[in-house]
Every structure is written in C-alpha cells, then in structure tokens.
Design a protein around this ligand. Sequence first.
Ligand code: BV8
Ligand code: ZN
Length: 254
Amino acid sequence: MATVLTDDDIAMAREANFVVALTGAGVSAESGIPTFRDRETGLWAKYDPVQLATPEAFERDPELVTRWYDSRRILCAAAKPNAAHLALARWERELEKRGHILLLVTQNIDRLHHAAGSRNVIELHGTLWVWRCATCGEEREERGGAFESFPPRCACGGMRRPGVVWFGESLSVDAIRRIEKALKACDLFLSIGTSGVVYPAAGFLRTAKDECARAIEINREPTPLSRHADRSWIGNAGEILTELVERAFPATVG
Ligand code: BV8
Ligand code: ZN
C-alpha cells in the first residue's frame, strides 16, 4: 500500500513528548457521520448546517433546529469509533506509559473519541449528548430516548437545546486557557479531518508553529492550513493514523 509517511515522519511521531491533536468532522466521517461540508442527503440536504448551528436559527425555528440535532443524535448513537479514533486513543496510552502527554482537542460533538478510549479530551464545541434548558440552564445527559416534543421542554417550561457551541457563541474560557497553555508547551501539533475554516480552532496550528512545535495536517484534501503545516498528509485519517501509531509504537510481542 502506498504510504505518505517517511521514516523521518515516524521518528518525529515517536519522539514527540507533548502532542496536541485537533480533530474535526473528517475524523468521524469513517464512522458514517456526515461532515459539515459534505452535501447531506435526504431530509436535511436542503439546509446549510452553518445556518442551522446558530442561536438565531434556534430563536427563529426551535422545532427545526432541535429536530436536526435529534436526527444527528440518533445517527451518532448508532455510530462506532473508527480506526482514526482508536489510533489516537492508543497514541495517548503509549505516551502516558512513558510519562508524556497527548491532549485531544475535538470540534466534534459525538463523543466517539471517548468511546474509543481517549481520556485527555477537550470538547471545544460541546456535545450532542447533553441538552440544556435555554431558560433555567438545567443540563441533562440525553443518551438515546426519543423526545416527546420538538423542542423538548424542561420542567420549568423552558425550551431545551443541545449543549453545543453555536456560531456566534463564545467557547468555554477554561477550555481556551487550557488549549493556549498546551499550544505553548507542545512539540507536535496535528490538525486532523478539519477544513480549517472555523475559528478559533482554525488558528491553533499557526499558534503552535509560532511556539516552535512541528505542525502536521492530515486531511482528505488540502485546506487553508496546508501551506502553514510542516507536513500535509493527504488521505484518510483512519489509514494514516493507524500506520503512524503502529510504526511509531510497534506492538511488543508478549
Ligand atoms: C467564537 C458545534 C467568539 C455545533 C460548531 C469571520 C472570520 C473569522 C471568524 C469569524 C468570522 N465571523 C464569525 C467568526 C467566528 C465564527 C467562525 O469561525 N465562523 C466561520 C464560519 C468563519 N466562530 C464562532 O462563532 C465560534 N465562537 O468565535 O466566539 C465570538 C463570540 C461572539 C461573536 C463572534 C465571535 C464558535 C464556532 C463553533 C461553531 N460550532 N459546531 C454543531 O456541531 O452543530 S462548528 C462546526 O464546524 C463543527 O464543530 C465542525 O467540527 C466545525 C468545523 O468543521 P470541520 O470539523 O472542519 O468539518 P468540515 O466538514 O468543514 O471539514 C471536514 C474535513 O474533513 C474536510 O476538509 C474533508 O475533506 C475532511 N475529511 C472528510 N473525510 C475524511 C477527511 N479527512 C480525513 N479522513 C477522512 N476520512
Ligand atoms: Zn428550565
């Protein structure tokens, strides 16, 4: 199988002691979850996700927005972690064994990284599995049960919304602080399966580079970040990450 990885790339991955991996929808694509910019099929094809993922859309049409998120919640409930999620979880364990760190910063809201075993995860854009009352703020984990109404209602009568960060909404100050600290300290930054257009996440690669980290992009196609990366590996995240981790940390027999 043709590989995009050189022996130097493998050595760079093996020698990195503090890795920050930013992931986007492309990492969950191989689990059957449509990415943000892939044209959706069926019922949701006529809607633009960027337009629906906003507080204004929720104000304007809470039923439509909560039905859209519920359809994604049902899809995610059936999804399993894929090779990309599993390789990142293994890399985290390999580094932990050596007293080193892999911090996983995900833009995804499906918690497939957690399902794959990753533990050091920051959910930059929140998660689909927690829904919050827009009136009293009460949060509840909503794993699989069907909602009785759209929007679902809180006991206080308020409308409940997915616990995600919409466009125009601020991110958790604590998350940003932890990430900024990690970008200063890391020696390897990877941008994986993201089109690199949504901020502040799209700015992390350049920040890491400014702080002298090596920066790698893994994506199915070039993005606006590609020219800033030291290496831009074009291909499927599952295949590339599996090969990278297996060659950097060959399974010891016995
Ligand atoms: C904020 C949660 C402060 C909800 C999401 C003008 C210029 C710059 C910035 C702005 C601007 N105007 C407004 C802004 C700020 C705005 C922004 O960045 N807008 C963009 C559109 C320009 N950002 C914000 O509003 C953020 N908040 O800045 O707060 C503030 C406060 C008030 C007012 C202003 C600012 C909040 C952003 C968070 C929005 N919420 N998601 C939900 O999920 O429904 S973002 C959403 O897009 C998802 O999280 C998604 O992850 C994210 C990014 O998309 P990607 O993950 O990259 O997915 P995409 O489909 O685009 O790409 C997938 C890639 O994978 C593709 O390249 C594909 O080729 C590749 N791929 C596919 N399969 C594979 C693969 N690669 C490898 N292997 C495969 N198998
Ligand atoms: Zn309430």
